[in-house]
Each structure stands twice: as C-alpha cells, then as structure tokens.
Ligand binder design. Structure first.
Ligand code: 4NP
Length: 155
C-alpha cells in the first residue's frame, strides 16, 4: 500500500493563487484516480480573508478552464510545517513568511517555480490589485507546474 503524501499551497490571502494551486492539482488527482494517495490543502500567510471563498475574479478565470475553486481561506499555522510533506509558496515573500512561522519544519518548503523551467518568473505575481491578465498568468504558471508537482509527490 503506497503511503499518502500531502501538499499545502501558500500565498498571502489564500483567496487567489493558493486556492488555484489546490483546485488545479485536485483535478489532476481526480483524473488519475489518485485521491487515496494524495492530500491537498491551501493557506495564507495573512489572516486578511479568513473564512472567505476564493476571489470572484480568480474563480471565474479558473472555472473557464474547468477548475472549481471550493476552498475557504485559512491562515497558515506552525503545525502545518509538521503535518504536510510539501509546502509550496507562490512567491519568495511568502516563502520567507512561511519560514518565519516555523524555523524547524519537517515539511519541504519550496517555490511553485521550482517545478517550472527557468524561463518562467520566479514568483507567481500577486493578481489582487491588477486586471484579468494577472489571473490568467496565475493559471498559466500553476497549470504548467502541477504535473511536475504531482510526479514529485508520487516519487
Ligand atoms: P493571494 O492574493 O495572496 O493570491 O490570495 C491576495 C489576496 C488579498 C490580498 C493580497 C493578495 N490583500 O491584500 O487583501
């Protein structure tokens, strides 16, 4: 019986980028019938939007590509860095914030762009104060990274 692996996507508000990471990876998992082997969640380094669903602009763009975003925002806690195998930060600023929440994690903490070729940006740009193109860029980066994230989790 293969062990269950867990992954947590993390951004600032947990209403745009990390719910999208969760939604895109969950669809890949469902398509490949891997639900019993993988656990996916998301969180924010801030508590600005705790309890809220994904941002409507993000949800609309994701829905157009076939991804429902069903999570509610929650704030990252110290324990997450012991409970998850892999914690994926959307940008370097959030990666630093994650490391500040727990300086002795058992989880591997990395960037989403660690799963992308070098010609992609290092950070998934924060789309919150911008226009629609920013939300599409979030989806482009996450869709490109998720197959690699999945194969890493299944190694
Ligand atoms: P996220 O986007 O970190 O991708 O969820 C943001 C959501 C809210 C805010 C900033 C970024 N905010 O400042 O409220």
């Amino acid at each position: 019986m293969p062990e269950t692996k867990s992954v947590l996507f993390v951004c600032l508000g947990n209403i745009c980028r990390s719910p999208t990471g969760e939604g895109v990876l969950l669809r890949l998992i469902e398509e490949q019938n891997l639900e019993s082997r993988l656990l996916v969640d998301s969180a924010g380094t801030s508590g600005y939007h705790v309890g809220q669903p994904a941002d409507g602009r993000m949800s609309e763009c994701a829905a157009r590509r076939g991804y429902p975003l069903l999570s509610r925002s929650r704030q990252l806690v110290h324990q997450d860095m012991h409970e998850f195998d892999l914690v994926i930060a959307m940008d370097r600023s959030n990666q630093r914030a994650i490391e500040a929440v727990n300086s002795q994690p058992t989880a591997t903490i990395c960037l989403l762009s660690d799963f992308l070729a070098d010609d992609w940006p290092v950070d998934v740009p924060d789309p919150y104060y911008g226009g629609e193109a920013g939300f599409e860029e979030v989806l482009d980066m996450i869709e490109a990274a998720c197959p690699q994230i999945l194969s890493t989790l299944l190694e």
